[in-house]
Design a protein around this ligand. Structure first.
Ligand SMILES: Cc1cc2nc3c(=O)[nH]c(=O)nc-3n(C[C@H](O)[C@H](O)[C@H](O)COP(=O)(O)OP(=O)(O)OC[C@H]3O[C@@H](n4cnc5c(N)ncnc54)[C@H](O)[C@@H]3O)c2cc1C
Ligand code: SF4
Length: 509
């Protein structure tokens, strides 16, 4: 066996040719290591489409590296000696090559970073862990930004990222004179709007083989494998981005919060799965969106709203994750312990909004932000579902889900389980919000206008019961305090009916 200088490990969400671990890679003396690993596919039971997407994208990336002359060892899941874990993969390669050094770009998830941290001792070889420069804000920089602040508000972090990147800046001023155009981005949907579909890519031979493997090995996991239309190469992911920019971006802002039956995507980009595994570069995506705005092809509220999601929210939640891990995953400020209802897996519920969100999640491994936040997340919050169980659900079911981004969104933004570290108030809403932003309620067995009783929308009694239950914790926020005052104005018999309706509904869950 030829002497190997560096063993370069590429993780499944590091499918980027200019990844720091690959800098200086020498085709003659270094060996790149990639593997389809049982542990990674099963530490939660990931959606079948998500596993297939990642395995196929990994296979295609290995081909891309080989085309660039690098020598790649790629272990498939069905190989007889396939290792189950990253540590096993490294152990086999170390025994095989006796390398001088292991090189890896820092892991996205705490769980994997902890394993990597043990390798130097375990294998008695230097391990070089390189910074992941695909993000704009390193965990240490976020820690510095957070230090000494009473409140960690995304808006101020986002403004710093705008200044740092120069995105949508005219000199030192924000384009258009305002940092944030969110107030223009809350239009309810209209049924006669033209809704573009994300670019669908037909599976090639590699993807077909992966689909067969995933069905055989993970057939019992949640979700539908077919139809499979995700891009699995950089070129196709870029084509999907280009299609979004021309067909949907102009309306992205206006209808960002809208929801419509049988329109799972509306004007969303459906690119988080590509960004999060490295097929798309966040900064390049934002620059392309800014270029569309500067060329007059998209309005400012759309471009700003979109760029804020990526350099604002996406970077901010990653900062929170590394600031608070480990331990953040067990946050439970509201003391919620109810098990996750079965209908999160089956979609079998009479609540039309929840049914729509879960059913499309099963079919597509996708739901847009407002469905995640204001339907499945909101329901769990109002019903007092255990945030850890909910976290595992979100981590399993979406093609874009990795703990660094999913956990703060679930535990912090959606469940207020961190007591208000990430968001200033809980995203709790009654059926009126869902009715305003969607057309779900018209076809629902429940009546969104009724507050209590067997036919009332469950979100209504649960909402007021949530407000009453948590007044001490949420009352500091002025908008929540207003809701508490409204509740206090209900006559005592109405308050009793609310508590009774909520209790009866929860008992049936
Ligand atoms: C409970 C919950 C769980 C979530 N879990 C994940 C997750 O596992 N992975 C994930 O990428 N996003 C997650 N999000 C954020 C958001 O819902 C998804 O990024 C978005 O729906 C992906 O679809 P899209 O590409 O069409 O996004 P668009 O709506 O088109 O937005 C564009 C991009 O902005 C970024 N973005 C938007 N909102 C957020 C956000 N809140 N946090 C981080 N990035 C954001 C994404 O990269 C997204 O692709 C979660 C949100 C909630 C409320
Ligand atoms: S009535 Fe209530 S449960 Fe039914 S779709 Fe509307 S918000 Fe959802």
């Amino acid at each position: 066996m030829p002497a190997i200088r560096n063993l370069i490990l590429i993780l499944g969400d590091q499918l980027t040719p200019d990844l720091t671990a690959l800098i200086g890679a020498d085709p003659a003396r270094d060996r790149v290591l990639m593997g389809e690993l049982r542990d990674e596919a099963t530490y939660v039971r990931h959606h079948k489409k998500k596993i297939a997407f990642l395995f196929s994208a990994m296979c295609h990336f290995a081909e891309e590296l080989r085309a660039a002359e690098l020598r790649v060892d790629y272990t498939t899941l069905d190989q007889p000696d396939a290792p189950g874990s990253f540590t096993g993969l490294i152990a086999q390669a170390v025994a095989r090559y006796k390398p001088e050094r292991i090189i890896v770009t820092e892991a996205g998830e705490w769980r994997v970073a902890r394993d990597i941290a043990g390798w130097e001792t375990r294998f008695s070889i230097p391990v070089e862990i390189r910074t992941d420069d695909r993000f704009l804000c390193a965990p240490g920089d976020f820690r510095d930004w957070a230090a000494g602040r009473k409140q960690l508000r995304m808006e101020y972090f986002y403004r710093d990222m705008r200044r740092k990147t120069g995105l949508l800046m005219d000199g030192d001023q924000p384009a258009g004179g305002k940092w944030n155009y969110d107030s223009e981005n809350r239009k309810a949907p209209a049924l006669d709007l033209f809704m573009p579909r994300p670019k669908a890519i037909a599976p090639d031979a590699i993807t077909q083989a992966v689909l067969t493997l995933v069905e055989a090995r993970f057939g019992h996991h949640f979700g539908d494998l077919a139809p499979f239309w995700f891009a699995v190469t950089r070129a196709d992911a870029e084509a999907a981005l280009a299609a979004f920019i021309t067909r949907a971006l102009p309306w992205f802002g206006d209808y960002q919060d809208a929801m419509l039956t049988r329109e799972p995507f509306l004007y969303h980009a459906v690119i988080a799965q590509y960004l999060n595994c490295g097929l798309l570069d966040p900064l390049r995506v934002c620059r392309a969106v800014e270029a569309a705005y500067r060329a007059g092809q998209a309005p400012l509220n759309a471009a700003e709203g979109f760029i804020r999601q990526i350099i604002g929210w996406r970077e901010y939640v990653r900062g929170i994750y590394w600031l608070k891990m480990p331990g953040y995953e067990r946050s439970n400020a509201l003391g919620h312990t109810r098990p996750l209802p079965d209908f999160y897996w089956t979609g079998e519920t009479a609540m039309a909004c929840v049914k729509a969100a879960v059913t499309q999640t099963k079919e597509l491994a996708y739901a847009h932000h407002i469905q995640r936040l204001m339907v499945t997340g909101n329901f769990a919050l109002l019903a007092g579902i255990d945030p850890y169980a909910l976290h595992e659900w979100y981590l399993s079911v979406y093609a874009d889900a990795y703990e660094w981004v999913e956990l703060p969104n679930t535990v912090g933004m959606s469940q207020f389980a961190d007591g208000g570290l990430l968001g200033s108030k809980p995203y709790a809403a009654s059926g009126a919000y869902i009715n305003r932003m969607s057309n779900y309620c018209g076809a629902c067995r429940f009546d969104v206008k009724q507050r209590t009783g067997p036919d009332a929308c469950p979100f209504n009694a649960l909402y007021w019961d949530f407000i009453a239950r948590n007044r001490a914790l949420i009352g500091a926020n002025p908008r929540m305090a207003q809701m508490i005052r409204t509740y206090d104005h209900f006559a005592p018999p109405e308050q009793e009916r609310i508590s009774d309706s909520a209790a009866r509904f929860l008992a049936r869950l």
